[in-house]
Design a protein around this ligand. Structure first.
Ligand code: CMP
Length: 138
């Protein structure tokens, strides 16, 4: 079925000038952008967004990195959006990411891995609503 996922182009990829290339890969893969903005997470926003990881040893590093600079947030629509988007971005660790994936091309490390992709339909809806007001959703 047609459904939606949520993505962020993370601070590393924005800083390195990859917004346009990554959005082109996303739309060329058949995703329709239904919400889009350049924004920056506060520390508190990042702690809330990544609350599920709060007990992990890398939580502090993750929150600091994700609030360190502007990000691009977007909601994407496609047949089988969540799973197909995770295929397009590749493995969390760029060293393990398949050729041609966004992380293989643009990620620098496990932490600074260029893009986020929701892991379920339920989380896609929660994450999209976290970032976009009703009038920003199309
Ligand atoms: P993502 O899957 O988008 O969301 C959770 C993030 O935590 C993940 O991307 C990585 O960027 C980060 N992460 C996961 N494991 C580690 C780790 N071992 N060290 C640093 N960051 C990590």
């Amino acid at each position: 079925a047609t459904n939606r996922t949520f993505t962020m182009i993370k601070p590393d990829a924005v800083k390195n000038g990859h917004i346009g290339s990554i959005l082109a890969m996303i739309t060329n893969a058949g995703f329709k952008i239904t919400s889009l903005k350049l924004t920056q997470l506060t520390v508190s926003d990042a702690e809330k967004f990544y609350a599920i990881h709060s007990e992990r040893p890398f939580f502090g590093e993750l929150v600091a990195f994700m609030s360190s600079g502007p990000i691009v947030a977007a909601i994407l629509e496609k047949e089988n959006a969540v799973a197909d988007f995770r295929t397009l971005i590749g493995a969390t660790n760029p060293a393990d990411a398949a050729e041609g994936t966004i992380r293989k091309l643009y990620a620098t490390s496990m932490g600074e891995n260029a893009v986020h992709g929701s892991d379920s339909d339920e989380n896609a809806a929660i994450e999209g609503a976290f970032h976009f007001a009703g009038r920003e959703q199309f």
